[in-house]
Ligand binder design. Structure first.
Ligand SMILES: Nc1ncnc2c1ncn2[C@@H]1O[C@H](COP(=O)(O)OP(=O)(O)O)[C@@H](O)[C@H]1O
Ligand SMILES: [Ca+2]
Length: 499
């Protein structure tokens, strides 16, 4: 009987039927395979990068920037980053008008650095751009054949490198302003998400740009200040203006021209520290289209430039370079140039940052009145004390921070109409998420069509969400499968039947 019972039990355990075992094994294998394939197939591929190089040929110096982005995601958002920058030794390319070949040579060291930074197999597909700004705009106005020669030399030098050379050209003021705005908003991820944008304030040596979106500017008033973009499915109507000659180096020339109109032997300059004393050459001072028509006749060869460090008087000198007499529009900044009402936050970079950072005044939560008081105290500090306190800063920069700080505050308040209320909307910035603020990134994004006009279609789920859902579904299937075999389950808990 016991034997019989044992036989009965054996026959009644369906799990031991070969068919059931095979089905179960196949089911489990199928589910494991499904999950594995789902996970592997959709795993992000190992990152490969693409590269782009932009040379910013500014009036005072040239800088090279290398950008990098994941190769599979060109059209994706916010993913282009600056991986390297190189400062070219020597002055800006516009200073090589009388020795153009040297302009080309000067770029070589930074270009060799770029060869080291970009992987060799990517050289040929790496676009290389050179954009020149206000220094070359002025040289082109003054002596267009000299500017062409400089470009020829630069072009020849750049073509010797294995990158995909895309040309060297002068950017218009609008491009310089608009691409600075694109850079700042791209790096802040504001374009892709359609957020309120940040205005861009760029201060160079020979020109300065202001760019922002304003609700009361649709481009109809003063169309030459309008730049429109369609980015990620959003339309932007940007106001932008570039003031040629209003970079800080040219404004200094204009301020000195204002003070030397009668061709004196010496001037007492409130924008330089007490005890500052230097001999300067009239011809060199007036050698720029920003001041050349004002050169005093019968001036001596040199003049003595003496400082007396008075902020209030310096403000008056600086104000003399602005013209506020006429405005044929609803609102103007200065020199009769239209400007809509200021709106939103602003990022102020390049020389804005260098100067305000040096002066420890880059924190705009400090009230504007306090900023002015601090600057007034700095300007009144004797020159020898300033030199002692900053032994490792270039004397040329050091001598000019009082002037530059005064110019920046005057430009922002009197020029662009920032008030003590709107001043805190400005942030003095150098970099955003590791990339320098400036026009170069926006320029490259535009020329490589890397910002799509329409919002890209993105997968409905991120990778992690996708994997979790597939895994959960597979487990549910497994449970369902096991439950569906219920009629075949062994009845182990039941009392053995005694026949
Ligand atoms: N560390 C620094 N301190 C002060 N000024 C600086 C510093 N570095 C650069 N600058 C100034 O920033 C400005 C940069 O202008 P640049 O881009 O060369 O000219 P532009 O944009 O007008 O063609 C120049 O006036 C240069 O002197
Ligand atoms: Ca610049």
């Amino acid at each position: 009987i016991i034997l019989q019972r044992g036989n009965l039990m054996k026959e009644k355990n369906p799990w031991h039927k070969p068919v059931t075992i095979i089905i179960t094994v196949i089911g489990v294998i199928a589910i494991v395979a499904l999950v594995t394939v789902a996970v592997l197939q959709n795993r992000p591929l190992p990152q490969k990068y693409k590269y782009g190089i932009v040379l910013d040929a500014g009036s005072s110096h040239t800088a090279l920037y290398i950008y990098e982005w994941p190769a599979e995601k060109d059209n994706n958002t916010g993913r282009v980053e600056q991986t390297h920058s190189c400062k070219v030794k020597g002055p800006g390319i516009s200073s090589y008008a009388s020795a153009p070949l040297k302009a080309g040579e000067s770029l070589r060291a930074c270009m060799q650095e770029a060869e080291q930074r970009v992987p060799g197999k990517r050289y040929h597909e790496t676009p290389l751009y050179l954009g020149a700004t206000a220094g070359m705009r002025l040289l082109n106005m003054e002596n267009s054949s000299a500017s062409e020669k400089v470009f020829q030399a630069v072009e020849e030098a750049l073509q010797k490198f294995p990158f995909s050379y895309q040309g060297a050209r002068i950017l218009s003021g609008q491009e310089e302003g608009a691409f600075g705005w694109v850079t700042v908003n791209y790096l802040d991820d504001r374009l892709e998400q359609g957020l309120e944008t940040t205005g861009a304030l760029d201060l160079g040596g020979a020109s300065t740009q202001i760019s922002f979106v304003s609700d009361n500017y649709d481009g109809s008033e003063s169309p030459s200040n309008s730049v429109t973009f369609r980015l990620y499915g959003n339309d932007y109507n940007l106001y932008t203006h570039s003031f040629l000659c209003y970079g800080k180096d040219q404004v200094l020339r204009m301020a000195l021209a204002h003070q030397t109109q009668t061709g004196p032997e010496s001037i007492l300059d409130p924008c330089f520290h007490p005890g500052y004393n230097a001999t300067k050459n009239y011809s060199i001072l007036y050698d720029s289209p920003c001041v050349s028509d004002r050169k005093p006749q019968r001036a001596p060869v040199n003049f003595t430039h003496v400082g007396n460090g008075n902020f209030k008087q310096c403000q008056n000198v600086v104000k003399s370079v602005f013209n506020f007499t006429h405005c044929n529009y609803t609102h103007c900044s200065f020199n009769g140039i239209f400007q809509p009402l200021l709106q939103g936050p602003f990022g102020a970079f390049s020389a804005y940052y260098f100067v305000m950072n040096f002066l420890n005044l880059s924190d705009t939560s400090i009230p504007l009145e306090t900023v002015k008081e601090k600057l007034a105290r700095y300007c009144a500090t004797p020159w020898n004390q300033i030199i002692q306190q900053h032994p490792d800063i270039k004397l040329k920069y050091l001598a000019e921070y009082c002037f530059s700080g005064t110019y920046i505050l005057t430009l922002l308040t009197e020029g662009y109409n920032f008030t003590s209320d709107s001043y805190p909307n400005i942030k003095f910035i150098k970099k955003i998420k590791g990339s320098d603020a400036g026009w170069t990134l926006g320029y490259m994004l535009n020329l490589t069509n890397m910002i799509p006009a329409e919002a890209p279609d993105s997968p409905p789920l991120p990778h992690a969400g996708y994997v979790s859902i597939v895994t959960i579904m597979a487990l549910l299937l497994l449970i369902l499968f096991v439950v569906s075999l219920r009629p075949l389950w062994p009845r182990c808990s039941k009392q053995p039947q005694i026949i």
